[in-house]
Ligand binder design. Structure first.
Ligand SMILES: NC(=O)c1ccc[n+]([C@@H]2O[C@H](COP(=O)([O-])OP(=O)(O)OC[C@H]3O[C@@H](n4cnc5c(N)ncnc54)[C@H](O)[C@@H]3O)[C@@H](O)[C@H]2O)c1
Length: 291
């Protein structure tokens, strides 16, 4: 008996990273999957998922004997999500859960980030989430049931230097989540958020992510990112979290185990949010930072 037997879940940004992990973890528990990724060209300074990445997600879900409909599309386009929902209902008859996971990140002092970069982050991370929830709303209202999950971040609860647009977007999706929970609760639809800490995925694994952890442009290496992951966590011997760490939270919110829960901010961050700042014990244990 799987915790998602007989259920169908739609996951955005499912081509790699946490989105792929959510799709696979939900499929392991019996869910059929609808997946979207491989967006149109944008101004992201690091590469987004490719068709090969999305194909790999399909392969991993099918290896579990689960069905998956995966499409190349863009959460900035309402039509792409509406079409996937239509296709999903035609294929599986229902959609029980949606995971609004796709997002982009970039770096720079807030006054230097060009408007086009601000717009891309706000478009994908806020409007893209709204488009995703909107696409399944009529169907879930008709069924009088559904679980909506928004992937926010601990950055939705704290400040962060050199990525103000992303921080603002993650604060915004938490407000969106709570309003959606209020508006759709009377229809039997739940809406919750997962707030990851630092997770080991490609969104951070490029020069901008390395530099953020090294404290200056051009200074960072992958080692700095790994070190920064350790300094971010409270728990002993924990660095960057594996993607499955947040998938366990997604699974709980998607399944009936959380049927009494709506409007929750589920923080999965190895204790980061209770730290007063950097974790000096982890820094001391690791010795000198690289470089
Ligand atoms: N990795 C972390 O440390 C971390 C921390 C906190 C929150 N998060 C959040 O977790 C979620 C997943 O990110 P990740 O860590 O797996 O990073 P990732 O970059 O590996 O995955 C994001 C996915 O979204 C896709 N995507 C981006 N723009 C899209 C668009 N317009 N339309 C469709 N798909 C699009 C990308 O192609 C990519 O596959 C995001 O919401 C991110 O903000 C990540």
């Amino acid at each position: 008996m799987g915790r998602m037997d007989g259920k169908v879940a739609l996951v955005t940004g499912a081509g790699r990273g946490q989105g792929r992990s959510h799709a696979v973890r939900l499929a392991q528990e019996g869910a059929e999957i609808l997946a979207i990724d491989v967006p149109a060209e944008g101004v992201s300074p690091y590469p987004l998922a490719s068709q090969d990445d999305l194909d790999e997600t399909v392969r991993q879900v099918e290896a579990l004997d689960r069905r998956i409909v995966a499409v190349a599309g863009d959460v900035r386009k309402q039509g792409d999500l509406d079409a996937l929902v239509e296709q999903g209902i035609a294929e599986f008859g229902q959609i029980d859960c949606v995971v609004a996971n796709a997002a982009v990140w970039s770096t720079g002092p807030f006054w230097e980030i060009p408007d086009e970069q601000w717009r891309e982050v706000l478009d994908v991370n806020i409007l893209g989430v709204m488009h995703t929830l909107r696409a399944v709303t009529p169907h879930m209202m008709e069924r009088g049931a559904g679980s909506m999950i928004v992937i926010a971040s601990v950055n939705g609860k704290e400040g962060g230097a050199n990525y103000a647009h992303y921080i603002a977007s993650k604060h915004a999706v938490l407000g969106l989540m709570k309003s959606v929970a209020l508006e759709l609760g009377p229809y039997g639809i739940r809406c919750n958020a997962v707030l990851p800490g630092v997770v080991n995925t490609p969104i951070l694994d490029w020069q901008g992510g390395w530099d953020l952890m090294a404290g200056g442009p051009g200074l960072g290496t992958r080692e700095h990112l790994e070190f920064g992951g350790k300094a971010y966590a409270l728990l002993k011997d924990v660095g960057m979290l594996p993607p499955v760490a947040t998938s366990e939270g997604v699974l709980w919110l998607a399944s009936d185990d959380s049927r009494w829960v709506s409007g929750l901010e589920l923080v999965i961050d190895a204790g980061h949010m209770v730290l007063p700042g950097f974790n000096m014990a982890n820094i001391a244990a690791a010795g000198q930072p690289p470089g």
